[in-house]
Write a protein that binds this ligand. Structure first.
Ligand code: CP3
Length: 346
């Protein structure tokens, strides 16, 4: 196979039947791998994301080890915000922390635009990776406006997103102005990656599942729709956690592939997506193994993988993945075995 457009992940993303079920894992690059921990020693997360050689090496590590069908660019959802000039950091064991949380109109107006030269190291890393990856597609990504807004408004990770929801309902105009700015940054970051040569993109709206469908439709959907519409030329994957109730609305945002966490069986998810938009082509899904199942032993893991593959046949195409990211304590050898089990014909 010399034509990357025939790579299993890209065939499935178009709604076709590839030669094998494509599989990659969110957070496949990272702390589960000893070679990652060794390389990252002494380098802060956001510095690592701006070092093209390091990004290239960390992105390749899981591809070499596990024979996955996709390489996810090593980066973070807050990279474009930091690059544009927002004062934030990633604190180990905590996540993104923002120096001055967003609360007022002047805070929103102070959020800068993103320009390509600010993320030049990411562009360079994509160039290095495409020279190394052969027929394994490189997946770029960005954080969706709502998930980014949650970090900016809360000042860091949040369980209940109470400040975010208070702003959304208390000052809808300011909320929409904030999401409009963030949609601009996200869209530009995705377009930069596509121009640099990624073969697919994923929009991470990790925390959207915290919202009711009603709030999602009113306060989030228009902005995510705008982001997805502004990206063309590669398949677009749209993912969130706990979004079983939001799947129909997320489909309306217009992505080519909808990510599903482990709470909703894939055949149920497909039915919801189809019922929501009978005029659209049959949906393509990504997911949805519970990351905790990688701790359950191979017999149980094998049974779950077979079930998910069976249920995934309800879709036009299925990209196998976890329902959320690899947990840091996961045994990397189990990840390798899981990939073999997904690839096994059945
Ligand atoms: O392998 C991959 O999936 C690619 C790399 C990737 C990272 N972050 C690297 C990372 C991706 C796709 C992300 C996206 C991301 N970042 C999301 C969306 C995906 C999701 O998990 O829902 C979110 C919400 C973030 C914000 C963020 N950044 C969190 C919650 C954390 C973890 C904090 C911690 O230490 O537990 C980070 C830091 C981060 N991003 C790490 C990695 C490998 C850990 C940093 C380290 O190794 O010290």
């Amino acid at each position: 196979m010399n034509d990357i457009t025939e790579a299993p992940l890209l065939v499935a993303a178009r709604g076709g039947r590839p030669s094998r079920t494509p599989v990659w894992f969110m957070r496949q690059a990272g702390r589960s791998l000893p070679e990652y921990r060794k390389l990252r020693e002494g380098t802060a997360m956001l510095d690592a994301c701006m070092d093209p050689e390091m990004v290239c090496e960390i992105t390749l590590q899981p591809v070499r080890r596990h024979d996955v069908d996709g390489a996810i660019l090593f980066s973070d959802i807050v990279v474009p915000l930091k690059a544009a000039g927002v004062d934030l950091d990633i604190v180990p064991g905590t996540g993104p922390v923002v120096a001055k949380p967003i609360a007022t109109e002047s805070d929103v107006k102070a959020i800068p635009e993103l320009h390509e030269e600010q993320v030049r190291p990411v562009v360079d890393a994509i160039g290095l990776l495409n020279a190394e990856l052969g027929n394994v597609p490189l997946i770029g990504f960005a954080g969706a406006p709502f998930t980014l807004a949650s970090y900016l408004v809360e000042g860091g990770p949040s369980k209940h997103h109470e400040r975010t929801k208070a702003l959304m309902h208390g000052d809808p105009d300011l909320w929409h102005a904030l999401l409009d700015r963030l949609a601009g940054i996200t869209a530009e970051f995705l377009r930069v990656q596509v121009r640099a040569g990624v073969k697919a993109v994923q929009l991470f709206d990790s925390w959207a599942g915290a919202l009711s469908e009603r709030d999602y439709r009113e306060f989030v959907l228009p902005h995510s729709t705008r982001v997805l519409r502004s990206v063309s030329g590669v398949p677009r994957i749209h993912f969130g956690v706990g979004t079983g109730e939001l799947l129909p609305a997320m489909r309306e945002a217009g992505a080519d592939v909808v990510g599903v966490d482990w709470r909703t069986p894939l055949d149920v998810a497909v039915k919801r997506l189809e019922d929501a938009a009978p005029h659209l082509p049959k949906p393509v899904v990504q997911g949805n193994l519970d990351p905790a199942l990688l701790f359950a032993g191979l017999p149980a893991l094998g049974r779950e993988i077979d079930r998910i593959k069976r249920e995934g046949r309800a879709a036009a195409g299925h990209i196998f993945n976890l329902g959320h990211g690899v947990l840091p304590d996961t045994d990397p050898d189990v990840i390798t075995r899981a990939v073999e089990l997904v690839h096994r014909a059945a």
